[in-house]
Design a protein around this ligand. Structure first.
Ligand code: ADP
Ligand code: SF4
Length: 691
């Protein structure tokens, strides 16, 4: 039953010639599936349509071989042969009564063209936006007319593929149409350069011609980055951003407005903690146009959504990440199941997959991207088989997810946790600076478990071999986690780092457990290169310490380039006066100093510090599992299932631990080989019918 307070969210809204059944709008987002894995991509969008999203957009869709993004797996509509793959998506979305949208793009100077080896096209001659030796070259007037033809042809193909909404996309600095708008990129002196009217000429032409090509059979959405968050070095909402919207005000059927670049648009909770963080840049848009407006900002609270609509800011609640974390978010609001919403934590692990050109994944929603390959559904799971119950040991993300899914299947579940509170690494990491939103991973699961009569959670219950044997459970899942190493062994050295007597060495676990380093400068030794080193630096700074960060990498937290955070992490640490020493390993820790070695030359230097925090690698906590296996081998215990899951099986991201817990619960009592079979389920290249 829909709470009347939220009924406004379920009003249908007209978008030109089509009507969206409610105000929940999944804006374009990449999946790392795209034209390479179209069945998986279609299934990912379809499950969200089933979950109540009224509009499902695909991802940036290349319109021509001069916009070749290989190895990224985006959409593609180069010619008619690309139509059937996209039709998979539109048909499945339509089956659930939703609208399908396509985000057409020519990436201009952001295209790689590594596969096609076509020239990189740009408003003006310049280095290309993507890293590489090839420069971008300016389009001449004839080229511009040709590009317009490519857009028209791609629009016609979009209609043939069954799309209801066609995007004209000018955002993220990834689109030629936006690149023409920006004087930093467009230095032309002809009719397409100089004044804003001239710089917006191509955008207007493509918009008008897309409307014409659609012939009222599909709506045309205009996606514009109204602010680049670069101050005067980029487009600003209060200046040219607004002027462009005023110029084209009622031409498109819908405005999809956001900030640029992608790192600003998909800001993480660590750097943009507030829901609706983009809204101040676009409050004015509805004053300028009569057409419906969609905007984003990691919206998960229905009250906030209603305030956006009733406050006249947005007509549609746009979402990429909230729809990934919970494909059924609209349905849950509609059915008054607000407490069941699986809220996005703003970690950008979904984004990292696209940046690695692999299928999408999500920390909160382990089924994301697995709808086609494994047949997983975010809200449905097979009922229990012949077994009655299971014991899950450890209530970190892996144990919580495993217990929750087993309980959903109908098993009697006992979850035992050694600590006073459940949550494991999520609770502990969530206490570090900037990571508070990550606690949603446990909050969601603990709430779910609390609603179920077939689960017993025991805290302060560290189980040993005899406890488990005494418990007499035939099915045991061991999720005992992993601990950070103290001895410095990691990527840089496989030998323990010598530590002199009197020197203080700590681990991230110590800091998370509340151990404070002695006064003075803390040297964080980051050989892990993911997020922990940078997060600890912020945490210790917040607690008043001076911090020196030594990393074996060239930059701080290099893996976080994948989550679009690396530059923010490094900028913030520089601004907070952290001494950063890149490209050095740790050779020795003495009282008051640490010896470092250059990773290239081996040259040594001494750095003063009062303590060292080792962020290197983790040791799996397998003692209990090993003992149980040994007991089973010795016929002292008998288990039908004995499985190691989560960080105890393979240390990694929280997303990996959740996935592992989910996998164990899904395949519990599944037919032999079902788990492995999914590895072999791939979208094969058809070499038979190819011309
Ligand atoms: P994961 O990411 O795999 O879920 P975590 O480290 O977050 O791993 O969680 C592991 C949890 O297991 C921790 O909360 C820890 O207290 C708990 N634990 C470890 N050993 C035992 C044990 N023998 N009995 C019960 N709980 C345990
Ligand atoms: Fe949100 Fe993280 Fe899931 Fe992305 S991976 S949707 S940011 S919870």
């Amino acid at each position: 039953m829909t709470d009347p307070r939220y009924s406004v969210l379920f009003e249908p809204v007209r978008i030109g010639p089509v009507t969206a059944r409610n105000r929940f709008y999944q804006v374009p987002h990449c999946t790392g599936l795209g034209h390479i894995r179209p069945r998986a991509d279609a299934a990912t969008r379809a499950v969200k349509a089933e979950g109540g999203w009224a509009v499902l957009c695909n991802q940036e869709t290349e319109i021509h071989p001069t916009s070749d993004l290989v190895p990224a797996a985006e959409g593609r509509l180069w010619d008619d042969r690309d139509i059937p793959a996209l039709r998979l998506m539109t048909e499945q979305v339509h089956e659930h009564g939703s609208l399908a949208a396509v985000e057409l793009v020519h990436n201009g100077n952001h295209a790689f063209n590594n596969m096609t080896r076509a020239p990189i096209l740009s408003p003006s001659d310049a280095v290309a936006d993507v890293f590489g030796p090839q420069q971008a070259r300016a389009l001449d007037l004839e080229d511009i007319a040709t590009v317009r033809g490519w857009y028209r042809a791609a629009t016609q193909r979009s209609l043939a593929a069954g799309f209801d909404i066609v995007y004209v996309y000018a955002g993220h600095r990834m689109s030629l149409l936006q690149q023409f708008l920006l004087p930093q990129i467009n230095s032309r002196t002809d009719a397409y350069g100089g004044s804003l009217e001239n710089r917006a000429r191509l955008l207007r032409e493509v918009l008008e011609e897309t409307l014409e090509a659609c012939e009222g059979r599909a709506a045309v959405a205009m996606r514009l980055a109204v602010d680049e968050m670069r101050g005067p070095d980029g487009m600003q909402a209060g200046e040219e951003g607004r002027a462009v919207v005023e110029m084209l005000a009622d031409l498109p059927d819908l405005w999809d407005v956001n900030v640029s670049d992608w790192a600003n648009d998909s800001a993480t909770s660590r750097f943009a903690p507030d829901e609706g963080y983009q809204i101040d840049y676009m409050r004015w848009v509805k004053d300028v146009t009569k057409k419906p407006v969609v905007g984003v900002g990691r919206f998960t609270s229905p009250d906030r959504m209603v305030s956006m609509v009733k406050g006249g800011v947005l007509d549609f609640i746009g979402a990429a990440r909230p729809s990934i974390a919970d494909p059924f978010l609209p349905k849950k609001i509609e059915e008054g199941r607000i407490d069941e919403i699986r809220e996005c934590i703003g970690c950008n692990i979904c984004v990292s997959a696209d940046n690695m050109s692999v299928g999408i994944r999500c920390t909160q929603n382990p089924t994301m991207g697995e709808e086609w390959r494994r047949g997983w559904h975010p809200e449905r799971i097979a009922p229990k088989g012949a077994q009655d119950g299971a014991l899950v040991i450890g209530a970190g993300p892996a144990g919580l997810e495993c217990a929750m899914q087993l309980a959903r299947r109908g098993y009697e579940v006992t979850l035992a946790e050694a600590d006073a509170e459940a949550g494991g690494r999520v609770r502990r990491e969530g206490g570090l600076s900037g990571l508070n939103a990550w606690k949603r991973v446990m909050d969601y699961r603990l709430y779910d478990l609390s609603q179920r009569a077939n689960v017993n959670l025991y805290t302060e219950s560290r189980l040993d071999l005899f406890d488990v044997i005494g418990f007499d459970a035939p099915n045991v899942f061991v999720a005992t986690g992993a601990a950070w190493r103290r001895d410095g062994v990691g990527r840089h050295t496989r030998q323990p780092v010598p530590v002199d007597e009197g020197a203080v060495v700590l681990t991230p676990d110590d800091i998370m457990d509340g151990t404070l380093p002695p006064d003075g400068t803390v040297l964080i030794y980051d050989d892990d290169q993911v997020y922990m080193g940078g997060v600890l630096a912020d945490t210790l700074l917040d607690r008043g310490y001076e911090v020196t960060l030594v990393t074996t990498a060239a930059v701080v937290s290099p893996w976080m380039e994948n989550t679009l955070e690396q530059h923010r992490i490094q900028t913030r640490l520089i601004e907070r006066d952290v001494r950063i020493i890149p490209l050095h390993g740790l050779a020795q820790v003495s009282e008051g100093t640490a010896s470092l070695t250059c990773v290239y030359s081996g040259r040594r230097q001494e750095v003063p510090c009062s303590s060292v925090v080792m962020v290197t690698e983790k040791t799996r906590e397998t003692a209990l599992y090993d003992a149980l296996r040994a007991a089973q081998a010795a016929d002292e215990a008998e288990f039908t299932t004995l499985e190691l899951i989560g960080d105890a099986d393979q240390p990694g991201l929280i997303a990996d631990a959740v996935f592992s817990g989910h996998m164990a619960a899904r395949y519990f009592e599944a037919p032999e080989g079902a788990r492995e079979a999914a590895w072999y389920r791939r979208e094969m290249v058809d070499v038979v019918s190819e011309d």
